[in-house]
Write a new protein. Structure first.
Length: 407
């Protein structure tokens, strides 16, 4: 919180302290409580809430989020029937206060957010508890298996677990979840049915900065430390072949902007921030740094080729589906552990390109910039590979809608 700032606003909600306006708005309704951590989970929660609203027209929700970035995005994009709040600390007196105000009819947790006191409080009040997009990173699974004696009692309190793939069923069963409560729905995050529209927010920027009809952009999405410098080196070499090429970089953590800009300013290229570029009459920059949170999907429309971050100089990988659904070919490094099954599926179906180092990144990106047919083929194959997740949001919403308070 200290690193990202902005944590003082509504800090009392983290301690189960709510102002009279919130109390009054929630006093006469039983809501569906959706809990998400940060930006990615908030997007999933909002998509799911819309699908639930289609099944229950008078639905009202509370969306709680942990990070300041997730809170800002939720408050900016949530419709009026969703009350956005901070997640209460998972300590039983605080949870007791939160439950007395929120009064949920059901609780939906996104991805791996299963907190023991929250789960126990829901169980004691006979409130159904669901986990959607139930994802286990290899690291989390190892930890949970190691401490199964402690975590299994909490996982047993889950009434519904919606998993993205069949292979996830055994993994959750091994952690204590009853097999009868686990359903394979596909991934809401990868569901092409309900993706937000990719608005070309940078159109005016392009009109001002590019005179040629060949608009080429190498786009680094959700980059981590070390990857920005790699992209710049690749960009500078490729620009010798493609003079109109521009570089856009969206760091995963916006608070790193000053650090990134300091490194890039020392390199032979002109750097500007997206907020500066969009408000100026003319843009004369080689590299544009995105300095906003929660708008990455809207920016992908400007890309020619997208590099998915946290996969070359860092481990774990970021979500490759957002640029695919924006109609862009993706390239990622060897470290896609958090999306291992998906990455393997994409590569094996010629739906994405995986590189091992800086040299192979330069070579593959150069080939894609040169060949528009290859780019289109990658996107077409990627959409086909994602088809198994189509309808995931609707399937999860139907299962949640059927959850009834326990007697």
């Amino acid at each position: 919180m200290i690193r990202r700032g902005g944590y003082r606003e509504k800090f009392g909600q983290r301690l189960g302290i709510y102002d009279s306006e919130v109390r009054n708005r929630l006093s006469n309704q039983r809501v569906t409580w959706l809990h998400a951590v940060s930006v990615g989970e908030v997007n999933i929660a909002l998509k799911l809430a819309s699908a639930l609203r289609a099944l229950q027209l008078d639905l009202h929700c509370v969306l709680t989020t942990t990070t300041t970035t997730g809170f800002a995005l939720a408050r900016k994009t949530a419709p009026p029937w969703i009350e956005v709040m901070y997640t209460p600390l998972d300590y039983w007196p605080i949870m007791r206060c939160a439950f007395s105000v929120i009064r949920p009819a059901r609780i939906v947790l996104v991805e791996a957010e299963v907190w023991p006191n929250l789960a126990a409080a829901a169980h004691a009040r006979r409130i159904p508890l669901a986990l959607v997009n139930a994802r286990l990173s290899p690291r989390s699974e190892r930890r949970y298996r190691r401490f199964r004696f402690f975590v299994a009692p909490t996982f047993r309190l889950l009434d519904l677990v919606c998993v993205p793939e069949r292979g996830d069923v055994e993994r959750w069963t091994a952690l204590g979840v009853s097999r009868s409560r686990i359903h394979v729905t596909g991934s809401i995050k990868f569901d092409p049915d309900v993706q937000p529209q990719s608005v070309p927010v940078a159109a005016s920027l392009w009109d001002a900065s590019v005179e040629t009809t060949e608009r080429l952009v190498l786009f680094g999405g959700s980059t981590h430390r070390g990857e920005e410098e790699i992209l710049v080196r690749v960009f500078l070499r490729l620009r010798e072949q493609f003079p109109s090429l521009r570089l856009f970089i969206a760091p995963r953590h916006v608070e790193r902007l000053q650090e990134i800009r300091a490194h890039l300013d020392a390199m032979p290229l002109r750097v500007t921030l997206a907020s500066e570029a969009l408000t100026s009459d003319a843009v004369d920059a080689d590299c544009v740094l995105l300095d906003t949170t929660g708008e990455l999907q809207r920016w992908y429309g400007i890309a020619t080729v997208v590099f998915v971050g946290k996969s070359l100089a860092a481990h774990g990988g970021q979500n490759p589906v957002e640029p695919i659904l924006a109609g862009k070919p993706v390239v990622f490094g060897p470290h896609m552990e958090n999306f291992a099954t998906l990455a393997k599926t994409l590569v094996s179906n010629n739906a994405a390109m995986q590189v091992n180092d800086t040299d192979s990144l330069e070579r593959i990106v150069g080939e894609l910039l040169r060949d528009s047919e290859s780019r289109q083929r990658l996107v077409k194959n990627a959409h086909a590979a994602l088809s198994e997740h189509e309808g995931a949001t609707a399937r999860a919403a139907k299962l949640i809608h059927e959850l009834q308070p326990k007697r």
